[in-house]
Design a protein around this ligand. Structure first.
Ligand code: CAA
Length: 257
């Protein structure tokens, strides 16, 4: 089955998903989210895929949830239908996800980007949670993930006023991994993805799981969790290969990629 709201392609071991509703600045409607989730399900179970890139257009990563679709919603339908919960599929994706963000990443667009693991921002990117201007609040984790990323003071100003951040502010506040020129965004994202795709996938997935655990638990529990994963990796042939390659002064050739 094809896609109408996203473009999906594979480059080696890298899956690339491009949000593609250009006339609506990639506003996230339910059809787009269903397609994104279907693509994620496919990549999750595909042994040929190690990592994915999520991107949009030069003008907009995504300008938020589709306001025209949401306009007619009412309570209790939003509650009984558990509106927005399906968006969380991305945050449960177990392989690394690189967000390549250019232009607007607003509302749900900023929230999707924050669900990714590595966030590369083009120098024209703008991040914000402007929901308050619509009489609502962030609904896909924005008030939580943004606060963990940039702290209470910045998050409060953004969530309470809708102020957006430039790419350089987002970089300074720790919201993004780094900023690159717009023209280089996809090349840089592919380089990062390619680096990860050549590593040992079990250790990459465990590193992701371990970092994410730090948001869910106490320091002591998190450290014990990390320690068990770390110890278990000594059962893998990739640990043998990685360390042998270092000692023999050559590049590792991991089995489990
Ligand atoms: N939903 C639906 N359509 C949208 C949209 C959105 N979030 N954002 C932009 N569009 C549409 C516009 O309606 C317009 O369509 P028409 O040509 O048919 O009128 C088209 O995209 C182009 O947009 P603009 O003409 O507004 O472009 P601009 O360059 O003047 O402004 C913008 C760009 C500042 C991003 C402006 O479009 C904007 O403010 N968009 C809404 C941003 C927003 O409020 N996002 C939060 C949504 S709520 C949410 O996301 C909830 C959640 O937590 C999940």
């Amino acid at each position: 089955m094809g896609y109408e709201n996203i473009l999906v392609h594979v480059d080696g071991r890298i899956g690339v998903v491009t949000l593609n509703r250009p006339k609506a600045l990639n506003a996230l409607n339910s059809a787009l989210i269903a397609e994104l989730n279907r693509a994620l399900d496919g990549f999750e179970t595909d042994d040929g895929i190690s990592t994915i890139i999520l991107t949009g257009s030069d003008r907009a990563f995504a300008a938020g949830a589709d306001i025209k679709e949401m306009q007619g919603l009412s309570f209790p339908g939003t509650y009984t239908g558990d509106f927005i919960t399906s968006w969380e599929r991305l945050s449960r994706f177990r392989k690394p996800v690189i967000a390549a963000v250019a232009g607007y990443a607003l509302g749900g667009g900023c929230e999707l980007a924050m669900m990714c693991d590595i966030l590369l921002a083009a120098d024209n990117a703008r991040f914000g949670q402007p929901e308050i201007q619509l009489g609502i609040i962030p609904g896909a984790g924005g008030s939580q993930r943004l606060t963990r990323a940039v702290g209470k003071a910045k998050s409060m100003e953004m969530c309470l006023t809708g102020r957006t951040l430039s790419a350089s502010e987002a970089d300074m506040y720790g919201l993004v991994s780094r900023v690159v020129p717009l023209a280089d965004l996809m090349t840089e994202a592919m380089k990062v993805a390619d680096t990860i795709a050549n590593l040992s996938l079990p250790s990459v997935m465990m590193a992701k799981e371990s970092v994410n655990r730090s948001f869910e638990t106490t320091l002591g529990e998190g450290i014990r969790f990390e320690r068990r994963l770390f110890q278990s990796l000594f059962a893998s042939d990739d640990q043998k290969e990685g360390m042998a390659a270092f000692v023999e002064k050559r590049s590792p050739n991991f089995n489990n990629r």
